[in-house]
Every structure is written in structure tokens, then in C-alpha cells.
Design a protein around this ligand. Structure first.
Ligand code: AMP
Ligand code: MG
Length: 402
């Protein structure tokens, strides 16, 4: 054993991680079908007006506004209908004083008209004349050409996250694809002689790989592209070879072997290939966590215990990955709830304690760092700072929801 001589605080770990962030610089063109959630890497200015023509915003009648002056229910204006315009067509007819054209929402405004009266404010008289029951103001119910987006307007700025509405704005100006920052490639690799891939038969002493899948899910949900690797054996040689196999990634996440046992050799592999930035954080779960740089690439060495690994992924990996991906910080929802049972926490370590919410009460759900159900059967977690050791039953706690 090579015990931890010291651990750093969670705050200090966060500071060192923040300092190590290098936002991704690579860019690529992304079809707009796949652009949602991506980060634009260049401004997009519109080459056209939207709408490209003046159009009606209502189903009704295109009129000369002056013809309707003083119109009311008792004294309607009477206009002669010249034509009917549907969407997707142009009318060659000009609306002259005393006349009108029936028009559909979205259809081009005919020449001569300067207002649209909605159909609800009209009626067709027995003689075929169109009665208008309210005075129209010039411009009423018309979307001017370029009213939404004018030629030269900036539709998306570099650094914007492409929300569904921004994808919509790109679509409105006829974009087929958009320049976006590449998603960070995140190599994910489990270590341990006992860890095998699903689909195989467990031999005595073996377990199925959990961390590759929890980490992969987290990475995919926060803007990265998970690149899973086969589990590596617990030898320095195998781990160094595994590091080398991840050389093309933007971020490397190993799990297991990061502690201080004889077979915990991730530290030795880092010594062979990179520089350690920290090893050991005063948190529970998740103390044996390493962070390093391997030939310029950031490297997380997560604990092998599935709950420790995933807890640290939420707390440390997610903010780091999002910063690299140029995504805004994740803001998980929180709720206040009374604690259903007293919790005793290890002094000197910042504890993340999982809870299940039942009828608005937070019940402890943490079983052990090795138990994935500590998380999978919890709704969220509360934080117990390192200088606090007891949270009493009934105390109001802030629960961060998963
Ligand atoms: P380690 O951090 O390598 O000392 O592993 C701590 C515990 O987590 C051991 O019981 C391992 O068998 C287990 N473990 C390590 N890696 C994984 C993994 N990828 N999936 C599930 N359990 C793991
Ligand atoms: Mg191990």
C-alpha cells in the first residue's frame, strides 16, 4: 500500500480543474438537422429577408385601409372582391380603391393593398359585396418583407448554443448546415483484471463493467462524444498502452486503479506519460480521484467503485467537459425537503449523500460507494460540508436532483 499522504479540498480540486480547461478549437460543418445542442463557431448573417415578401398575417381581406375609415358593425364599408389569393401564389391583380382581395394567412399581399381585415370582422352581403365592420389602420395584419429577419441581420452569434429556436432561425434563412465547434472526443476506459464487457460469461471473481456505461451516458448528455475502449489489465504496461491508445481524444477518463493498493497503477502510468495535477480529494464518495495531463490531454482517473465514479462524474467531469465543449454550466434543479432520517458523515470530507424523495421527504439512499443502487435508487443528493458531521432528522436540506 502507498497511502494518500494528503488530499486536497473539493474547492481546490475545482480550481485546478478550471485552470486546466482549454475550450475546444476544432470546428466542423453540421447539417442543421443535427445542429441542436451544438455551439456555433461563427456568426451567421442572413443573406435574405424573412419573410421574403410582404404577407398577410391573417385569413381575411386585403384592402386599401382608407376605404374602411369609419366602418363599424352598423355602418360597414362595402368592397368589391376582385380575387382570392392562397399561399404559395402571387396575384397579378392590383387592389384599387373600393375593392378587396380575399387572402389566406401567409399569402403574398397584392399590389395596392395596405392592410388586411381579419375574416371575423367581415361578412359577405347577399349581393356579393364584402362588408367590413371595423376601420383598418395602414399596415394592419401585414408582415412586412424582412420584418422577422432583414438581409445582413445576425441570426446566430459565435458561441451561441444552437437551441431549437436558433436552428429554426437558420432554417428560415435557408441554411443547410452551420459551422460549429466539434464535440470533444472523450476516451472512456475501465481498468481492472476483474472487469469484463457485457455479453460475456462471468468467470469466478469477475464483474461486468459498469463505469464505461455510466461515464458514456454522462459524456453523451453533456456535449461529448464517448469513445469506449476495452477494459485494461492492472499492469503498468497495459495502462501505459491504454493511455497511448487514447492519444487522439480531447479528454481521457479512466476508472479503477486510481487508489493506493498494490494493483492501483494508474498513478504509475501517469508518471510514465504525463504530469499529475492532483491525486486524492477530500470528498465522499470519490476520494481516490486523479487528474493529470498526458501529453497535453486532460486525464481523469476515476475511482472504480461505481457510485464513487459516477458521483465524481456529476460533480467534476460534467463541469469540466461542458467548459471544454463551450457549453454553459449545467444548473441541476434543487428542492428543499426535510430529512427523513439522521445522517452521520465522515468528518473532514465533503460528503455527497444520495436521497430518495417520498411525499416530499428526503430519505437517505446511500448504501455504499461500491453499490450502483446508491445512485440508481436515489432522486438526488444533499451535500454535507467537511466541517459538519451530523444532519438531524427533520432538518431542511437542499436536494440537488439528478
Ligand atoms: P479500484 O478503484 O480499481 O480499486 O476498484 C474499486 C472497486 O470497484 C472494486 O470492487 C472493483 O472491482 C470495482 N470496479 C472497478 N472498476 C469497475 C467497473 N468498471 N465497473 C464496475 N465495478 C468496478
Ligand atoms: Mg481495480
Amino acid at each position: 500500500m502507498r497511502p494518500f499522504t494528503s488530499t486536497i479540498s473539493l474547492d481546490e480540486a475545482r480550481r485546478r480543474l478550471d485552470a486546466a480547461v482549454r475550450p475546444i478549437a476544432r470546428t466542423e460543418r453540421v447539417p442543421i438537422e443535427h445542429a441542436a445542442g451544438r455551439v456555433a463557431s461563427a456568426d451567421v448573417t442572413s443573406p435574405m429577408d424573412v419573410p421574403p415578401f410582404a404577407r398577410s398575417a391573417m385569413d381575411g381581406y386585403a384592402v386599401v385601409a382608407a376605404d374602411t375609415a369609419g366602418a363599424s358593425t352598423s355602418t360597414p364599408a362595402r368592397l368589391r372582391q376582385l380575387d382570392r389569393i392562397y399561399t404559395g401564389q402571387l396575384s397579378s391583380i392590383t387592389v384599387t380603391p373600393g375593392a378587396c382581395v380575399e387572402i389566406a394567412t401567409g399569402a403574398p399581399l397584392p399590389a395596392g393593398a395596405d392592410a388586411v381585415v381579419m375574416v371575423e370582422e367581415t361578412a359577405k352581403a347577399a349581393d356579393g359585396a364584402i362588408q367590413i365592420f371595423s376601420a383598418a389602420a395602414a399596415g394592419q395584419n401585414i408582415s412586412r418583407r424582412g420584418a422577422d429577419i432583414a438581409t445582413g441581420d445576425r441570426v446566430v452569434a459565435s458561441g451561441n448554443v444552437l437551441t431549437p429556436s436558433r436552428v429554426g432561425a437558420l432554417a428560415a434563412i435557408g441554411c443547410v448546415d452551420v459551422e460549429a465547434f466539434a464535440k470533444p472526443r472523450v476516451a472512456i476506459l475501465s481498468t481492472g483484471n476483474e472487469v469484463i464487457e457485457p455479453g460475456r460469461t462471468l468467470a469466478p471473481g469477475q464483474i461486468f463493467d459498469v463505469n464505461r456505461f455510466t461515464l458514456g451516458a454522462i459524456v453523451a448528455a453533456h456535449g461529448g462524444v464517448p469513445e469506449p475502449h476495452r477494459p485494461a489489465q492492472d499492469t503498468v504496461g497495459a495502462l501505459v498502452a491504454a493511455l497511448d491508445a487514447c492519444a487522439l481524444a480531447d479528454l481521457v477518463v479512466f476508472s479503477g486503479g486510481s487508489s493506493v493498493g498494490e494493483r492501483d497503477l494508474v498513478v504509475d502510468a501517469i508518471a510514465a506519460r504525463g504530469e499529475m495535477i492532483f491525486h486524492g480529494i477530500a470528498v465522499r464518495p470519490g476520494k481516490p480521484t486523479a487528474f493529470a495531463r498526458v501529453k497535453g490531454t486532460p486525464f481523469f482517473g476515476m475511482p472504480g467503485n461505481p457510485t464513487s465514479c459516477l458521483s465524481n462524474a456529476y460533480i467534476l467531469l460534467v463541469p469540466f467537459l461542458r467548459a471544454i465543449a463551450r457549453l454553459p454550466p449545467h444548473a441541476p434543479r434543487t428542492v428543499q425537503a426535510p430529512l427523513g432520517r439522521k445522517i452521520v458523515s465522515a468528518a473532514g470530507r465533503h460528503q455527497f449523500y444520495t436521497v430518495r424523495l417520498t411525499d416530499g421527504v428526503a430519505y437517505p439512499a446511500f448504501k455504499g460507494s461500491s453499490d450502483i443502487t446508491s445512485l440508481s435508487q436515489a432522486d438526488g443528493y444533499l451535500e454535507i460540508p467537511s466541517d459538519q458531521s451530523v444532519v438531524d432528522e427533520g432538518a431542511m436540506v437542499k436536494v440537488t436532483l439528478f
